[in-house]
Design a protein around this ligand. Structure first.
Ligand code: TYD
Length: 203
């Protein structure tokens, strides 16, 4: 059985990645792919409990990073690895790049510490493709405020936090040109769908 494909979706809050995540999952299922649609933090019963804590409870930035990776360890073991081994495609709303962008870029946690955790928890695993949805912070904030009545602990952060997260994502895209595609998220949803179709066609 050929191993499945692993695609992660990333971007600052409000960039519109979750809408595109749902679209791609349906697009692939319509074409007969076995798809596991999942998210981080979360994706397992334990991971979803950790997610509730992460999105609500104030905590030290290293605690935040460690809990993100604890949820990720469980997710890889219970969901991602078994799915890829079965030949399924795993389409994940956020993965390890979010830890570099949010805990590293946004909160200022040392990049090397995150790298150590990533080496430990991921081993050789990495997405075959990562789509980073990029939009100016002001536009993402507007979308977020229009769609979210009760912002979580991350969504309540100010523009300067998201500027740092966005800059980290752009750095990740530049440093990983083979794995990462930066998508202009200010385009219409239909134009973005079209780009995703083209990218997926050659995966
Ligand atoms: P998000 O996908 O934005 O959830 P929703 O669209 O339902 O609001 O993810 C929740 C938050 O978790 C998001 O603000 C980014 C944050 N996050 C990190 O800070 N580090 C991580 O490693 C991950 C996976 C997420």
């Amino acid at each position: 059985m050929a191993r499945g494909r692993f695609i992660s979706f990333e971007g600052i809050d409000g960039a519109g990645k979750s809408t595109q995540h749902a679209w791609l999952v349906q697009y692939l299922r319509d074409r007969g792919r076995a798809v596991v649609a999942t998210r981080e933090p979360g994706g397992t019963p334990l991971g979803e409990k950790l997610r509730s804590l992460l999105l609500a409870e104030p905590m030290h930035l290293e605690t935040e990073a460690l809990l993100m990776f604890a949820a990720r360890r469980e997710h890889i073991a219970q969901v991602i690895e078994p799915a890829l081994a079965r030949g399924d495609w795993v389409i994940c709303d956020r993965f390890v790049d979010a830890s570099f962008a949010y805990q590293g870029g946004g909160r200022g946690l040392d990049w090397e510490k995150i790298k150590d955790l990533a080496d430990w928890v991921l081993g050789d695993l990495e997405p075959d493709l990562t789509l980073i949805f990029d939009a100016p912070v002001a536009i993402a904030q507007q979308r977020l405020h229009a769609s979210t009545a009760n912002p979580d602990r991350f969504e309540q952060e100010q523009a300067d936090f998201f500027e740092k997260v966005r800059a980290a994502y752009i750095r990740i895209a530049r440093e990983n040109p083979n794995r990462v595609r930066l998508i202009d998220a200010t385009q219409t949803p239909a134009a973005i769908n079209k780009s995703l179709e083209n990218i997926i066609a050659i995966l």
